[in-house]
Design a protein around this ligand. Structure first.
Ligand code: UGA
Length: 437
């Protein structure tokens, strides 16, 4: 099929490459000439494992191109809108300006009979509103909502092998959009990926409900971590034990510094804002607690760091921060818990030295006044305390004996509960963690 993808960020670049690899003819369009130039060269403008290979593979077929020229979408039978919906600067609500602009631009160019497919995460009711606009301004062009569940760091695999496909379609003409999407995803459907067809509102809600559930699961275990801290328990053992119950499940019960990134935090806030507009605020008011448990973990990390210094003031202490990305295998620092903690420590006059295998350039852009180094070895040099804040494999594999030779005092705070306390203590370290002794 001839496909256009509007917006070539994390979602769009992966989606465009995956669609081309699956045999479709794809044009990716973005307003950012730098991003487009990189993609045209076969470079990824961000770090995503497997994407360079996928881009090369798809590029070699001659079926994938990128452009800033919106007119290139005119030939496509399906248009995927993959632009961002960030949190508004002055409220919890999502900013849907980019979605609206993308729909206007596509609507003006889309051929009669083509389908515009929204993939962006939007407040419920957006698709119905956009469908009305399309009906008025681009009659004969159909709309579907097809939320995306990919995780950064696993985006390629999640796109090629999704858990499920969700189609939100209009009651009266939904069969057309469903048939077109079935053709797009024929490869996945042949692999028995479940596909669930529903109305627009449910499809929009599926996405925010899924992210809200995941955020709630993380904050639940972090609330248990708070209790373990005061009662003398161990949250990792607690998670292992409750996670054995298949109704609960162990995944997303990793207690620690909590969630960040461009999705979970802003999605739960946008959900609260939208629920309030719909006079259904109480239905999701628990998400306020989910958000505050999550943010409390960052404060707690700062307190633990101050506490581990054994009476020495935080001001002037040299603190090594391992990790700046919001999670491993990503260079994304949006709402990164690690970077937030580093910022808070620096604001309290600690000498913070940050490292990350991939996210240093983005972190430096976000906080240019903080100090960054390339390697963990450099970061821990002369440190009064080491903080493990993003669980990259190389930090999990740190050797406590070798690291002890580099620091000023062997003190480590494990913000992600990924180190073995016994091993570190046996090597002479003071070991502290969130939610366990
Ligand atoms: C999330 C969802 O998992 C995806 O399904 C969704 O498509 C995506 O948002 C989106 O809306 O686009 P992502 O933000 O890439 O994906 O990252 P996650 O793997 O969900 O992790 C989010 C945060 O939770 C990270 O900061 C991670 O460190 C933290 N986390 C995760 C924990 O603190 N504990 C856990 O047990 C799991």
């Amino acid at each position: 099929m001839r496909i256009s993808v509007i917006g070539c960020g994390y979602l769009g670049a992966v989606h465009a490459s995956a669609m081309a690899a699956l045999g479709h003819d794809v044009v990716g369009v973005d307003v950012d000439p730098v991003k487009v130039a990189a993609l045209q060269r076969g470079d990824t403008p961000f770090f995503e494992p497997g994407l360079p290979e996928l881009l090369t593979e798809a590029g070699a077929t001659g079926r994938l191109r990128f452009t800033t020229d919106m007119d290139a979408v005119a030939e496509a039978q399906v248009h995927f809108v993959c632009v961002g919906t960030p949190q508004q600067a002055d409220s919890y609500a999502a900013d849907v300006t980019y979605v609206d602009e993308a729909f206007r631009a596509v609507g003006r160019r889309a051929a009669v009979g083509s389908v515009v497919v929204g993939k962006s995460t939007v407040p419920v009711g957006t698709a119905a509103r956009l469908a009305e606009t399309l009906a008025r301004e681009a009659p004969g062009v159909h709309l579907a909502w097809n939320p995306e569940f990919l995780r950064e760091g696993h985006a390629v695999d999640d796109t090629l092998h999704p858990d499920r496909l969700v189609y939100g379609v209009d009651g009266s003409e939904g069969d057309i959009a469903t048939a077109v999407l079935d053709e797009v995803y024929a490869g996945q459907l042949a692999d028995d990926v479940p596909r669930i067809v529903m109305d627009y509102a449910t499809a929009e809600l599926v996405k925010v409900a899924a992210n809200s559930f995941l955020a709630t699961k993380i904050s639940f275990i972090n609330a248990m971590a708070e209790l373990c801290e005061v009662a003398g328990g161990d949250v990792t053992l607690l998670a292992d034990a409750i996670g054995r119950d298949p109704r609960i499940g162990r995944r997303f019960l990793d207690a620690g510094l909590g969630f960040g990134g461009g999705c979970l935090p802003k999605d739960i806030r946008a959900f609260m804002a939208r629920a309030a507009e719909l006079h259904a605020e109480p239905a999701v008011s628990f998400l306020r607690e989910v958000d505050s448990i999550n943010l409390r973990r960052r404060e707690r990390m700062v307190d633990l760091t101050a506490g581990v210094l054994d009476g020495r003031p935080l001001a002037g202490a040299r603190i090594a921060v391992l990790g700046a990305a919001f999670k491993p295998n990503s260079d994304d620092v949006r709402d990164s818990p690690a970077l937030d903690v580093a910022r808070k420590l620096a604001d309290r006059s600690a000498h913070v030295v940050i490292t990350d295998p991939q996210a240093v350039p983005n972190a430096r852009r976000r906080f240019p006044d903080l100090r960054y180094v390339q390697t963990a070895e450099e970061a821990v040099q002369g440190a009064d305390a080491v903080l493990l804040l993003t669980e990259w494999a190389e930090y999990r594999a740190l050797d406590p004996d070798k690291t002890a030779l580099l620091v000023a005092s062997p003190r480590i705070v494990d913000g992600r509960n990924v180190l073995d306390p016994q091993v570190w203590r046996a090597a002479g370290w003071v070991y502290r963690a969130l939610g366990r002794r």
